[in-house]
Ligand binder design. Structure first.
Ligand code: HEC
Length: 133
């Protein structure tokens, strides 16, 4: 039992160490972008609600390994239509969240050029992950 709880924590720590943050791409910037764009549906604490996914359990839902590339795809609009929840779909923020580009390092030595706002939002979401309740 203890080991099963420990494994996701390790995976989260590994994911957290990957990204280097500038003031524009770090979790703090992401937190205010979240407040402006996301609270209406996902809630101020990001824990979702009826038909709205809990964004603090993205890693837990993915078996304990935080799916960074998939979250970036979701925010960038690439994952449009690939819903996790039936019926309700998230709006596409890819066009809204434009601006300066920065490179984000992904696990496995890959990297992607993305708008800073998307990188910041993703950094914020990665920061607030918690183990399955
Ligand atoms: C109009 C309501 C609405 C708003 C506003 C909204 N979302 Fe969503 N979001 C949803 C719904 C519904 C889903 C589940 C269906 C889907 O995946 O499209 C979702 C899914 C997600 C997922 C995928 C979760 C997973 O487990 O894979 C992420 C990440 C996410 N939202 C982040 C955000 C962020 C960040 C913002 C603000 C920029 C935001 N959402 C704004 C409704 C919304």
């Amino acid at each position: 039992m203890e080991q099963r709880r420990f494994a996701p924590t390790l995976a989260l720590l590994a994911a957290l160490s990957v990204t280097a943050c500038s003031p524009w791409t770090g979790p703090q910037a992401g937190r205010s972008l979240y407040a402006q764009n996301c609270v209406a549906c996902h809630g101020t604490d990001a824990r979702g609600g009826a038909q709205m996914p809990d964004l603090t359990l993205i890693a837990a839902r993915a078996g304990g390994v935080y799916p960074q590339a998939r979250v970036l795809d979701k925010l960038d609009g690439y994952a449009r239509g690939q819903t996790v929840y039936d019926g309700v779909e998230m709006p596409n923020f890819g066009d809204l969240l434009t601006g300066r580009l920065d490179r984000v390092d992904l696990p496995g030595g890959r990297s992607r050029l993305l708008p800073e706002k998307i990188i910041a939002l993703e950094a914020y979401l990665r920061n607030i992950q918690r183990p399955a309740p």
